[in-house]
Write a protein that binds this ligand. Structure first.
Ligand SMILES: Cc1ncc(COP(=O)(O)O)c(C=O)c1O
Length: 444
């Protein structure tokens, strides 16, 4: 298929430089296992699990079969005032996998919706406890929680604030970012140990400023994924949990990227041994094949919202989406979780993560413009010095170069990330890393 056969006049591409894309289209037409085929017939290795979604690799028969079966059984049914059997099954499986007493699953369709759902739940919970004044949210600089107004507000992405800052939620503050480019530019499968305490500012500045009694929730990604795989200092999340507990503040983990195996265990919460009050998920839950997201909620939040004096016909939490718990998406989720379990894919992600991390540190250290390398779980990032006056251009050019040489990598600012499906083999890692190294050299 040539570029002229692509009917490009109607689609406006998301998070893509559309003008440049038209000159140099990159279009997938098929995928299997670790590889895509493009409109030009090129084979491309999927180095980013297609935006962190495809843990089990592409075109997995058990998931495809489950979807086909479900389509022929119950294709769709309203999610309000009724439900479907697949939604209950999927919720049970997800809750069983979740740590601690995270036990109730509220479905939605994306990470952005999960962010909004969790923030609204926090407000509703505090209101139900008679603390409706708790409306302040605290996110973190460079945090990404999607593109809804709630998620953008607690997120700390400068481009969002530039474009939409005047329309964001008013009572939001942000923790400082969790990166020390001087002492911890290179992180190789360990948690960096900081001399200073990055959460002192929460205790000594942010909470006193708003008064802790007004704060509804703190929301963080256990590892800052979209920003470029930034790993928190040792003990950070434990201490955040303690501070939140001390002040009655809810802690939300956005695990849209770290959830379902990326760190070699089910969730970032397991990896760090910290149970949040809510855990947002999406992406890998269906292996990317059908949109599904959700929030896993601690029992106490559910119980509080059910302990209402309102008559039984009244909805306790006034929230939901037409496609919440879609039966086909939920059938896909159950089949995906079966596949992850049957093939030991979370463990495999942990094992192959070490191979990936070793390859990153062994290959990129000392290459031109490399100013940092971070690896943990099955994801690794190489940070590059930006071209003066053109932030993001070096990584974008390197991404294009890698594509031309058969590898899909992910530019994030001037960082390039590789986070392959858990089925990745050593040979794929070698290909991805060597292609990226050549591209870094070519764009020096
Ligand atoms: C941590 C996190 N939260 C939320 C989102 C938004 O998810 P979606 O694009 O499905 O709305 C993302 C997307 O990358 C994410 O990484």
């Amino acid at each position: 298929m040539g570029a002229n056969d692509l009917r490009m006049d109607s689609q406006w591409l998301p998070f893509t430089p559309n003008r440049h894309f038209r000159k140099q289209p990159r279009v997938f037409t098929a995928a299997d296992g670790m590889h895509f085929t493009t409109h030009e017939g090129q084979r491309i290795v999927d180095g980013i699990s297609s935006l962190w979604c495809v843990g089990a690799g592409h075109n997995r028969k058990p998931i495809n079969d489950a979807i086909t079966r479900q389509l022929g059984t119950l294709d769709y049914a309203t999610a309000f005032q009724a439900s479907n059997d697949q939604a209950f099954l999927a919720a049970e499986r997800i809750a069983q996998l979740a740590p601690g007493d995270l036990s109730k699953v509220l479905f939605c369709n994306s990470g952005s919706e999960a962010a909004d759902t969790s923030l609204k739940l926090a407000l509703a919970y505090h209101r139900a406890r008679g603390e409706g004044h708790r409306t302040v949210f605290i996110g973190r600089e460079r945090g990404y929680h999607g593109v809804g107004f709630g998620g953008m507000s607690v997120g700390g992405i400068p481009a969002n604030r530039k474009a939409f800052g005047t329309a964001l939620l008013p009572r939001v503050d942000h923790l400082r970012f969790i990166h020390d480019p001087v002492r911890h530019a290179y992180i190789h499968h360990q948690e960096p140990v900081w001399d200073e305490d990055p959460l002192l500012e929460l205790e000594q500045r942010i909470l006193p400023l708003h008064d802790p009694s007004n704060v509804a929730a703190v929301i963080v990604e256990p590892i800052a994924g979209s920003a470029g795989w930034y790993i928190p200092p040792k003990g950070y999340l434990q201490r955040l949990r303690e501070i939140c507990d001390r002040h009655g503040i809810l802690l939300i983990f956005d695990e849209v990227i770290t959830g379902f195996g990326r760190l070699g265990v089910p969730f970032g919460a397991d990896f760090y041994g910290v149970v949040p009050d809510m855990l947002n998920f999406a992406k890998c839950v269906t292996n990317g094949v059908i949109p599904l997201g959700g929030v896993i909620v601690r029992e106490k939040l559910y119980e509080q919202l059910m302990a209402t004096d309102a008559p039984e016909h009244v909805i306790e939490f006034f929230h939901g989406y037409t496609y919440s718990g879609h039966p086909v998406a939920c059938a896909a989720a159950v089949a995906t979780l079966d596949l992850y379990r049957d093939e030991g894919l979370f463990e495999r992600a942990g094992t192959m993560g070490r191979v990936l991390g070793d390859a990153f540190h062994g290959t990129f250290k000392g290459l031109p413009n490399v100013i940092g390398i971070r690896s943990l779980g099955l994801a690794a990032a190489v940070e590059l010095a930006p071209i003066a006056g053109k932030p993001g251009k070096r990584a974008y050019d390197i991404f294009l170069d890698c594509w031309q040489h058969g590898s899909l990598v992910r530019p994030a600012g001037d960082t390039v990330v590789i986070a392959p499906p858990y089925i990745v083999e050593r040979a794929h890692i070698d290909q991805l890393v060597n292609t990226l190294a050549d591209a870094i050299r070519r764009h020096a």
